[in-house]
Design a protein around this ligand. Structure first.
Ligand code: AMP
Length: 217
């Protein structure tokens, strides 16, 4: 599981980690944006909350995650959770879905709010595959995704007002998860300031530390 406030680089690191470990990346934000794009009933309902920077109700999110982790890839390879759980009640439901010991590591990517705000302001994403870019690292050709050719734009919820609301909600609803997992001895704190590669190396080190401790190969 990867925790971190908006702009911590959590999504980017989860994509890299998923490729390195060949483990599915389950991002509730990406799943919801796919529902919004497909104009499903859930997507239409979720969009209003997302654009305002508010959380979707626990029951909807929990059902969505429960369905996803039952798919073959997650059952056989395990998974990296990104953006879930976001509340204590979601964390407790996850413990019920899995056995509590099924979560191996909780990686918390820490960045000061000022750094997060700067990153969010420059963040751009592909509307089709959700690949993340920034104004300082744009796609090669005219805001067209390098990976799938989709249009690369600013997220609808990356407005100043929604960002501030999301950051405040993170402190109120999600930050308590840090002590929840620390008490279970599962928390690994990672300094999220630095280049993508530097942060990725720090995460790799923590994973090696975990394996050493648990003597898994
Ligand atoms: P993210 O891409 O993780 O920043 O998520 C974008 C938006 O999707 C959030 O601001 C929420 O509106 C919604 N969302 C994503 N994950 C959750 C979750 N676990 N619980 C509630 N709402 C969520």
């Amino acid at each position: 599981m990867v925790l971190g406030k908006q702009g911590s680089g959590k999504g980017t690191q989860c994509v890299k980690l998923s490729r390195r470990l060949a483990i599915p990346h389950i991002s509730t934000g990406d799943m919801l944006r796919a529902e919004v794009r497909a104009r499903t009933e859930l997507g239409i309902k979720a969009r209003e909350f997302m654009d305002r920077g508010e959380l979707i109700s626990d029951s909807i999110i929990i059902k969505m995650v429960e369905k996803r982790i039952e798919l073959d890839d997650a059952r056989t390879r395990g998974f990296i959770l990104d953006g879930f759980p976001r509340t204590l009640s979601q964390a407790k439901s996850l413990d019920e879905m899995l056995l509590p010991q099924a979560i191996d590591m909780v990686i918390d990517i820490e960045v000061p709010t000022a750094v997060a705000l700067k990153r969010i302001a420059s963040r751009r994403i592909c509307v089709d595959c959700q690949a993340v870019y920034s104004t300082s690292k744009p796609p090669k050709v005219n805001w067209t995704c390098n990976l799938c050719g989709g249009e690369v734009v600013q997220r609808d919820d990356d407005t100043q007002e929604a960002i501030l609301k999301r950051l405040a909600l993170y402190e109120k609803e999600t930050a308590p998860l840090i002590s929840y997992y620390q008490e279970q001895g599962k928390l690994y704190r990672i300094n999220g300031v630095g280049s993508e590669e530097v942060v990725a190396n720090r995460i790799d080190k923590a994973i090696q530390e975990y394996f050493k401790k648990h003597e898994k190969k």
